[in-house]
Ligand binder design. Structure first.
Ligand SMILES: [Mn+2]
Length: 485
């Protein structure tokens, strides 16, 4: 293994030297390995090696890594991706990055607010300083202003080469300690114990005002400073959830109490053709979410979705999934467990918000509303229906919600008029997992967690919410293997 790496390194150096033989070498840094980019385009067939990039006059350091699956057995992702990030923040707090997918181009410059937030680049950069394109796995660099300078350096030391996946593997180990073997189905007794603990927490869940009957109310008022991570309908895709927890500093931020996970409901009931009746995966994912809730009672929240129910009306293509769900729970875990699940549903919040976002499963209320009614939502069946089932208004669906409903909700919650409104429930296509400004409504975002290829989430960093997307990996398998070690 070490030999192959050494060999690869050698051939890479050779490659770089060929590719950059006509380049002026950057004089500031290690002359052997660092190249100052000229104005003309440079093509660079980077394989599995990361690069360090110095951008602009202040030589701000960025890292460009190939995005590789954690499991070495798994093939590379279908398309060669790279991620660009600031190594100073990337490993230590929840932070953004830019993905350079095939045929993508990133232009580093002063023209993009998200770039400052993600990469901490200087605001003094020219509008366009450096562009990096991914052309079928080959990187094309173009430095638009050689006078302000950009350099690249290959990161060939083994420690750097494997840094991301080593860092992620440590999280898999921690995750395994928290959730145990995700492939192991709990016994009826263990499951009952677990849901008892969860329901005990739910009776006095933090950040929830009680309703007039002294029951947990419909609203979670999340502290502004807690970095919220908002996850759309998982529909039993456990790999998606575990992939997410192995990424960024999400797990560390949960452990340190700086972040919280907010599930937008509908973690149950597969959405895959031919699997609508299968209910074991629903039990399994709820068990995992329950384990997270017990481990992080004040930092994991689950909002009510329309599938979180035993109703005969809930289903997909004629399969009454609500009824199948009820039957499965009674059969595998007994009547008491089923009752406890109903109690869990009865105690769920419907909406979460802070100064920086509002979220719920489906849509905003479509009629007059106030905070008191939202807290006492159980008295208002129409309000419940709006929040967990209503979809966006279209020409074929006039009964849907619209821009003014979102506006009213912001006003009712006394938050700024540009506060992001984030929902799940209505994936817009099979390709993506996160859609912004849906229906032409600014800061109206839909997130969906059940896509088989990728998982997108809305993540709070400071005062803003940002979309981040990750390729789904077989983390259930990896965590399971880790437990058995
Ligand atoms: Mn739904």
């Amino acid at each position: 293994m070490a030999k192959t790496i050494a060999k690869k390194r050698k051939s890479l150096l050779k490659l770089i030297k060929t590719a950059f033989s006509d380049l002026e070498q950057c004089e500031k840094i290690d002359l052997k390995d660092t190249y100052k980019l000229p104005k003309k385009k440079i093509m660079f067939p980077l394989e599995n090696y990361p690069l360090q990039i110095h951008v602009g006059l202040d030589a701000h350091v960025l890292h460009l890594y190939p995005e590789l699956p954690l499991d070495e057995q798994q093939d590379k992702f279908s398309e060669p991706n790279y991620i660009l990030f600031d190594p100073d923040t990337y490993y230590s707090r929840i932070s953004g990055f830019l993905r350079l997918s095939d045929d993508d181009k990133i232009i580093l410059g002063s023209d993009n607010a998200e770039q400052y937030a993600f990469l901490n680049t200087s605001k003094k950069l020219p509008e366009q300083q450096l562009s990096i394109a991914n052309n079928d796995g080959k990187l094309v660099f173009k430095c638009h202003h050689p006078e302000t300078g950009s350099c690249i350096t290959p990161l060939l030391k083994e420690k750097k080469l494997n840094k991301i996946n080593k860092w992620r593997s440590e999280k898999v180990t921690r995750l395994a300690k928290i959730i145990g073997d995700p492939r192991e189905i709990l016994s009826a007794e263990e499951a009952l114990n677990l849901i008892h603990k969860v329901n005990h927490i739910m009776e006095h869940e933090v950040y929830r005002e009680k309703d007039i009957n002294d029951q947990p109310g419909g609203v979670l008022s999340i502290p502004d400073k807690l970095n919220s991570i908002i996850i759309g309908d998982l529909h039993t895709q456990l790999d998606n959830l575990l992939t997410l927890l192995s990424q960024n500093n999400f797990l560390s931020a949960l452990e340190s109490g700086e972040a919280c996970l907010i599930f937008l409901g509908d973690a149950v009931h597969p959405e895959i053709d031919g699997q609508y009746e299968e209910m074991e995966s629903s039990m399994n994912i709820m068990d995992i979410i329950f384990k997270l809730k017990v481990r992080f009672p004040e930092h994991v929240f689950y909002l009510m979705g329309n599938h979180d129910s035993f109703s005969e009306e809930i289903g997909k293509k004629g399969v009454p999934q609500g009824l199948f769900w009820e039957k499965q729970l009674k059969k595998s875990r007994g009547k008491i467990y089923k009752k406890e699940m109903q109690r869990f549903y009865d105690n769920l919040p419907y909406l979460a918000y802070s100064k920086h976002f509002i979220c719920c499963h489906a849509g905003p209320p479509t009629s007059a509303v106030n905070l008191h009614a939202l807290v006492n939502i159980k008295k208002y069946p129409k309000l419940i229906k709006d929040l967990i089932s209503r979809r966006l208004q279209t020409s074929n669906r006039m009964s849907g919600y619209n821009k003014s409903d979102i506006k009213k909700l912001r006003r009712c919650l006394n938050v700024g008029e540009n506060t992001p409104f984030i929902v799940g429930h209505t994936p817009m296509d099979d390709e993506k997992t996160l859609w912004e400004n849906v229906g032409g409504i600014s800061r109206h975002t839909i997130v969906y967690g059940g896509n088989l290829e990728k998982i997108g989430v809305m993540v709070q960093m400071g005062k803003n919410m940002y979309p981040l997307t990750y390729p789904v990996e077989q983390l259930t398998q990896l965590v399971s293997t880790e437990v058995k070690k």
